[in-house]
Design a binder for this molecule. Sequence first.
Ligand SMILES: [Zn+2]
Length: 113
Amino acid sequence: MTLSSPTQPCRWCGRAFPKTSGPGRPRLFCAPACRQRDYISRLRAQEAGLAESELVITRRELEELRDKLFVLECAIEDARRDLGDGGEAREALEWVIDAAMPLLGVPLGEGAT
Ligand SMILES: [Zn+2]
């Protein structure tokens, strides 16, 4: 990734993708699959009478997300304690990154079909 290629978050999955320039409508999604999921999600929301900002996700998806957030929370606490004890910053950062990685591109609302 170079400085000349700014990124933006995908409106569906949140993954960063290169910003498009030039004529035409700007892209909102990183992939056609994400555009499709967003579209289906809107349809379902309409059917269920949900507001645009509401999303139906399964209990399993929510629990998996909570588990991953819990792991990240623990890693942050560990890292903070290690740094407070004068531990290696690099090690602490790697620990936090490892815990944060599973949260990248977590699909939400895909199991709620
Ligand atoms: Zn996406």
